[in-house]
Design a binder for this molecule. Structure first.
Ligand code: NDP
Length: 328
């Protein structure tokens, strides 16, 4: 049997963490031949709740789960880890301004970047889920000087999957028949869900839907889907967010389908006119544990203006936390 992959999950006792850990342990993330070790990292006040999650994991008797570590110590949680999934984040409290939320979370993610730099495997791959995810990924990577920037990503896969679901409904097709969906930009209301390159069973999507539908219905629905779910459930989406974590890491580690791509927020290489270094969602393909931004796509004026609006928001977020980015 292969050696076990070490997976660290922060905020593991939270809603998304609770929906995620059992799926990782069952083999959904790395396949049925790959054992895993789970390192679940929490803040001290959530350790009691985390101990219950640990008991349930034991009670599942997952054959692929070779060890479970429950800790509030980053030195233990991140030690030699292969994958760091950063979910734990400070939620917006009543009356809190966006600026304060960004600043509070920046402190958490700069500390985690430092810990990952110090303790994790030099090949670690990091996925940031805690919001504001793109900017948190930027801060974490800036505080990990010994690691490459491209080892840090943020999650827009849930937006991508939501977009696939809505397009499949509208075109009366199967999700598996749709290729080349793209989410550009920030994981926020300025994200740009983009179907111009999509094919459905090999045909252009515009054989089946109109541009007006895309602009007036599809894009706003994906941008507001999180709020739609909160209104319906009275709670934010957790199972679908956890599912998107599984998809993001699975495809990064094991590769994307031939002829298709996925959406990942990654440090910009300057592509499509986005400032280098900003963590921006792009279409990417993955192979052998590496991702590559899809190049050469044509963008119309509307698309360019949407990408620019999201880039502007990310620059503004970065300006708020500039002091926490190491100089030089
Ligand atoms: P959740 O598990 O519901 O959410 C965690 C984070 O993921 C939030 O920042 C949330 O953003 C974000 N998120 C990203 N995408 C989504 C999505 N589609 N739907 C919902 N959330 C999304 O939060 P809980 O409060 O249940 O759990 C957080 C856990 O983190 C707690 O157990 C807490 O103890 C821990 N924690 C750990 C910290 C640390 O490690 N230093 C610091 C603070 C908390 P949004 O708030 O915008 O929904």
């Amino acid at each position: 049997m292969k050696p076990a992959v070490k997976v660290t999950i922060t905020g593991a006792a939270g809603h998304i963490g609770y929906a995620l850990v059992f799926r990782v342990a069952s083999g959904a993330m790395f396949g049925q031949k790959q054992p895993v070790i789970l390192r679940l990292l929490e803040i001290p006040q959530s350790m009691s709740s985390l101990s219950g999650v640990g008991m349930e994991l034991e009670d599942c008797a997952f054959p692929l789960l070779h060890d479970i570590v429950l800790t509030d110590d980053p030195a233990i949680g991140f030690r030699d880890t292969d994958y760091a999934i950063l979910i734990g984040a400070k939620p917006r409290s009543k009356g809190m301004e966006r600026k304060d939320l960004i600043t509070e979370n920046a402190k958490i993610f700069s500390a985690q970047g430092k810990s990952i730099n110090r303790y994790a495997s030099e090949y670690v791959r990091v996925l940031v889920v805690g919001n504001p995810a793109n900017t948190n990924a930027l801060i974490a990577s800036a505080n990990a000087p010994d690691l490459e920037r491209n080892q840090f990503t943020a999650m827009t896969r849930l937006d991508h999957n939501r977009a696939l679901g809505q397009l499949a409904n509208k075109t009366n097709s199967l999700v598996a028949d749709i290729n080349r969906m793209t989410i550009w930009g920030n994981h926020s209301m300025t994200q740009y869900p983009h179907i111009d390159n999509c094919t459905v069973n090999g045909f252009s999507v515009f054989d089946l839907v109109s541009r007006d539908w895309a602009i007036d219905h599809f894009i706003p629905r994906i941008q507001r889907r999180g709020a739609e779910i909160i209104n319906a459930r009275g709670l934010s989406s957790a199972a679908s967010a956890a599912d998107a974590v599984v998809d993001h890491v699975h495809d990064w580690a094991l590769g994307t389908r031939d002829g298709d791509w996925i959406s990942m927020a990654v440090p910009s290489d300057g592509g499509y006119g986005i400032e280098e270094g900003v963590v921006f969602s792009y279409p990417v393909t993955c192979k052998d544990g590496e991702y590559e931004i899809v190049k050469g796509l044509e963008l119309d004026e509307l698309s360019i203006s949407r990408l620019k609006a999201s880039e502007k928001e990310l620059r503004e977020e970065r300006a708020i936390i500039e002091d926490l980015l190491p100089k030089g």
